[in-house]
Design a binder for this molecule. Sequence first.
Ligand code: PLP
Length: 358
Amino acid sequence: MSALSPVPLPPAALRLAFDATALAANWQALDRLSGAARAGAAVKADAYGLGAARVVPILAQAGCRDWFVAHWCEVPDLLPHVPPASIHVLHGPMNAADVAYARATGVSPVLNSLAQVQRWREAGGGLCDLMVDTGINRLGLPLADLGDPALAGLDIDCCISHLASADEDVAQNAQQLERFNAVRAQVPARRYSLANSAGIALGAPWHADLTRPGIALYGGIVRSELAGVIAPVARPQAAVIQRRQLSAGDRVGYNATFVADRPIAAAVVAVGYADGYLRTWSGRGEFMWQGRALPVLGRVSMDMTIVDATSAPDLAEGDWLDLAYNLPEAAKISGLSQYELLTLLGRRFLREKPRPAS
Ligand SMILES: *Cc1c(COP(=O)(O)O)cnc(C)c1O
């Protein structure tokens, strides 16, 4: 019951079912593959859309001790679950407010430029991380800045760099590793960290002390070495809200991009592009019900998608369908990346917190 209504909110018609056992097993597999290094976890973007509040306690239980988020606004979701110093904020302190928040909470800022280093030192400094750019040209100090006197005396927990193309077999991977090894010789830090999910699969030279898997924790297969090792975690599901019978010649959905050439038993499903089920799935997505594949008919709309349920005569309004959402396969079909497929899934998907361990 809510404060605003004496009647409880009815159940959701969209949910993101979630396999906690697979999530924990994926982290353990990535930690094992990291060899002598420990695996942390990238939990930015609400744990890639799965819900940081349910993901973080499960990974902490599995043994994870380091957490990477992008924005400061993502920190409060983690603070109830893990020690502040184990949270690393990748975007770093952009202004005095960020610095004040880092110092007050004890969260670790990732310093990305000499300006951020200066800002941190002027406020009194303390334990921090340092991002060095070894070739992605995104965030991080350029190698040319590493001799700057402002770096002397910084108390660096993790000295980090980020791989640009670890999901491909290209010369850039060895080049970034070589540069990172030079950084290690030059920048004193407690720990060094280079590899994301794909970087873990590149092998021991890339592992350093701490790895930072994200997508593979959540079921993404970004290199062939991870196939058979990493299990799916998230299963988006949507309820049928109406069934209707189509005759030959009937047009379906906006702009009538599908016209029935025979009688079709259609079902209207409560998911649309506002939920991240983008229009790219129009005419090519599928939903699964009791082992049967129900193809999408016509355009995906904002809140609804229409499917061909002729093969499922028993399917009723209120029944739940699984989106066909095997990440590597869905990426090929949709043209979206596995990362986009997860982080797109909108707020209307119910993300249930795990039941407390009994
Ligand atoms: C997102 C991110 C990761 C995780 O990358 P995956 O490819 O999802 O494993 C690691 N490190 C940094 C700096 C990131 O921004």
